[in-house]
Ligand binder design. Sequence first.
Ligand code: RIB
Length: 304
Amino acid sequence: MFENIRAAVMGSINADMILQMPKVPEVGENLLGTQYSYACGGKGANQAIGLARLGAKTKMIGKVASDTNGHKLLQNLRENHVDVSGIGTQGSQTGLAVILLDADGKNRIVVYEGANAEIDPVQAASYITDETDVLLVQFETKEDAVVECVNRAVQKGITTVLDCGPAKAFALERMQGVTILSPNESETKALTGIFPENEQSILASCEILMQRSKATFVVLKLGERGCAVWDGKQMQLLPAYPAKTVDTTAAGDCFTAAMALEFVRSGKILTACDLGNKAGSIAVSRMGAASSMPTANELFAFGK
Ligand code: RIB
């Protein structure tokens, strides 16, 4: 279904250390975790693996260090059929995320950027060519690299999806005219000062986001409430699909990958977001980040 789509992702590549616990500790509190594990992550790499598992020809643009984690992460991307020729080796340590995961599958994440901070904006943008149908970018690399890649893609008329994670007050005005701007709830708050808790605040935040970015669509990821789609005239709320939540890590990355491909294929934003909701529900029912991305068969069998 998505085999003819040529996708590129510019973003972070991290080793994730996942520490499970009954609840996250309060300030000054010590408690015992139940288990820990290592996994492949990074918002950029998760989205690249999500796209590739769904069948798209996918190129990853980013940086790892020449260390054990860097080699493992590159190997994992290759095993998932991601073209790694846009990944350079630089810096002394590969990016690392420490993830505190509670019994409800909710997380707290702290990222050490490492090699992700070494991405050269001009070099990264040079991988975005006329052979690219869709570009996905997040905020987990330096602002200049994000801006350079997004602006090049927009200039070339490439469908550009900007996932606004992690939460930060990013200068959206430096990039005008992306196709889809997609923050989650905390990212919306960081960008607009408004937490999208009800229809009124959802609309108010979408209006600000669209006005600042001149995006064609704003898609708010609202966790277990699904997503909100704003095209500048109409607001649509699309409910999430019920899931047994094990780990919410990377559910947003999974949503973004599926939404982007379906949008390129059909040109229909609502169909695309509905598929994103299905993909997100699959991701929360699985442990880990990149490992929770579904294949196309799994996604299209969902709910049948
Ligand atoms: O979006 C989830 C990702 O955020 C994790 O894989 C972690 O690496 C952080 O970047």
